[in-house]
Design a binder for this molecule. Structure first.
Ligand code: AQP
Length: 346
C-alpha cells in the first residue's frame, strides 16, 4: 500500500516562443492527463534564468506559456497552473537536493554539456544544478507521473536517483517520523506518443528548439496560416516519395519527422498516415500537413491572443494556482525538515 496518490506534475520554461515540439511533446499530453489524474502544471521561470533573460521578455513569455496552457484546454480550476517562483519551496527543496545529488551525477547530464558548450567555465551554477531544481519541482508535490518529451528523460532519471538516495540516506528518520519506508515516490516518466521528439524543419537530426537561431526550424504556436505553410514548404526533405510502411522511413530523418508531426496532429499512428500517403511526393504531402497544422493550431493561437489581451486575468490564475500549490508543497517541506532534523515552527 503506497502513501502516494497518483499525481501528475510537469513544467515548461518561459524562454521564447513555444513551438510545435513543446505542444505535441508536452502540452497535448498535459491536457489528456487531466481526465485521469490530479495535475499540476508549472511555468518554470526559475529554470529560465539559468541563462540570461531580459526581464520584460521573461514576464511576457511567462504569460504566453500560461495562455498556451489555458488555450490548449488545461483547466486551472479543476487542476493547478502557476509560475514556479511564486512557491518558495521549489528553491528550498532544491537546496536540500544540491546536498543529496552527487557532482558525478550532474557531470553526466548531456543537456548541460550542450547548453554550456565549450565555455563551461562561464556557465551559471544554476545551469549546472538545474536538474536538482527539476527534481524539487516534481517531488515537492510527491508527483508520481511526469509527462515530458524525450529530451528530458535523463533529468527524470536523476530525479528518481535523488528520491531513492534521500529515501535511503534518511531511512531511519523517515520511519521514525511515521512516513513508512519511502518519503519520496520514485516518479514515472511518461514519454509516449508519436511526437516525443519533434525535429527541426531544417535538420532532421536536431530537435525542434526555442533557442534555434533559425525561425524556419520550428513552427511557433503563434504562427499564422501563411507562416506555417511557408515553413513547411521550405522544410528540408529528400527527393524520394513517401514509403508505404514505417520501415521505409529508416535513414530518412526529415521524412520521418514530417510523418510523425502529421500523425500526432491527426491523432493517428505513423502507419495509418503512410497507408494514406504512401507513394505521395512531398509537394502533395506538405500542403496537406500545412492544412492540418493550421486547422489544429489556429484556434489555439486565437484563444491565446484573446487571453493575452487581459494580462490581469492571467496573473490572477497564476496567483490562485500558486496559493494552492504552496499548500501542498509546504506540507512536503515540513516533512523534509523533520526527516533531516531541522528545527521548525510547529
Ligand atoms: N522538439 C521537441 N519535441 C518534443 N518535445 C519537446 N519538448 C521540448 N522540445 C521538444 C518538451 O517540451 C516541454 C517543455 O520544454 P522546456 O521549454 O521546458 O525545455 P526545453 O526542452 O529546453 O525546450 P526547448 O524548446 O528545446 O528550449 P531550449 O531551446 O531553450 O532548450 C518538455 O517536456 C520537453 O521535453
Amino acid at each position: 500500500m503506497t502513501r502516494f496518490a497518483p499525481r501528475v506534475f510537469s513544467g515548461v520554461q518561459p524562454t521564447g516562443n513555444l513551438h510545435l515540439g513543446n505542444y505535441l511533446g508536452a502540452i497535448v499530453r498535459f491536457v489528456e492527463m487531466q481526465e485521469t489524474h490530479d495535475c499540476i502544471y508549472c511555468v518554470v521561470d526559475m529554470h529560465a534564468i539559468t541563462v540570461w533573460q531580459d526581464p520584460a521578455e521573461l514576464t511576457r513569455a511567462t504569460r504566453e506559456v500560461t495562455a498556451a496552457f489555458l488555450a490548449a484546454g488545461i483547466d486551472p480550476v479543476a487542476h493547478i497552473v502557476f509560475n514556479q517562483s511564486q512557491v518558495h519551496v521549489h528553491a528550498e527543496l532544491a537546496w536540500v537536493f544540491n546536498c543529496v545529488a552527487r557532482m558525478g551525477w550532474l557531470n553526466r547530464m548531456t543537456q548541460f554539456k550542450e547548453k554550456a558548450g565549450k565555455d563551461r567555465e562561464n556557465a551559471s551554477v544554476g545551469l549546472f544544478a538545474y536538474p536538482n531544481l527539476m527534481a524539487a519541482d516534481i517531488l515537492a508535490y510527491l508527483a508520481t507521473h511526469v509527462p515530458v518529451g524525450e529530451d528530458q528523460k535523463q533529468h527524470l532519471e536523476l530525479a528518481r536517483d535523488i528520491a531513492a538516495k534521500f529515501n535511503h540516506d534518511f531511512a531511519e528518520s523517515i520511519a521514525a517520523n511515521g512516513y513508512g519506508e519511502e518519503f519520496f515516490p520514485i516518479t514515472e516518466p511518461l514519454i509516449t506518443g508519436p511526437a516525443t521528439r519533434v525535429m527541426s524543419l531544417r535538420d532532421g537530426t536536431r530537435k525542434m528548439s526555442k533557442s534555434d537561431p533559425s525561425d524556419y526550424s520550428r513552427i511557433n504556436l503563434t504562427d499564422d496560416a501563411e507562416a506555417i505553410a511557408l515553413k513547411l514548404r521550405k522544410a528540408k526533405t529528400d527527393p524520394e516519395p513517401l514509403p508505404s510502411e514505417t520501415d521505409g522511413l529508416k535513414g530518412r530523418a526529415e521524412a520521418e519527422n514530417l510523418v510523425g508531426i502529421y500523425a500526432a496532429l491527426a491523432g493517428e499512428t505513423k502507419e495509418a498516415v503512410l497507408r494514406d500517403y504512401g507513394g505521395a511526393q512531398f509537394s502533395n504531402f506538405k500542403p496537406a500537413l500545412a492544412d492540418l497544422a493550421v486547422a489544429k493550431l489556429a484556434p489555439i493561437a486565437g484563444e491565446m491572443r484573446r487571453l493575452l489581451a487581459d494580462p490581469g486575468h492571467i496573473d490572477a490564475v497564476l496567483v490562485d494556482g500558486a496559493d494552492r500549490a504552496s499548500e501542498i508543497a509546504m506540507k512536503t517541506m515540513d516533512g523534509v525538515k523533520d526527516v533531516i532534523g531541522f528545527i521548525r515552527k510547529k
